[in-house]
Design a protein. Sequence first.
Length: 128
Amino acid sequence: MNNNQISELETLGKRRRAKIVQAALASHFPNTFFVRPQTKLPLKIGIREDILAEWPEIDAGLLDTALRDYTAGTRYWDVLIAGADRIDLNGNPSGIVTPEAQRRAVYLATWKPLGRCTRSDPPSSKSA
């Protein structure tokens, strides 16, 4: 994304900006990011840093918004199953989903739609 495109994005709402950046991610990394939400896969831990290294022109703030939106919903949380492969920017396995990550996803899927948690609320260590 160039500076003109970033300036244009700043005039849009946050959610719309996230969707546009997600489409750009899907264009740059087609084996990892998908425009169609039913095809989401668990992302590698640290993928943000990988994206910034591979695509230094992208605005870090816009990237953060796009990644937060991409990973904050039941379509993403449903694929966080313990033992499942996480994928890197080429779509290759790079780590696995831990049982803790799965518990967190179940917690968010259960409580967030009810307005009972925030992203920073940790799941109870007694839940599982």
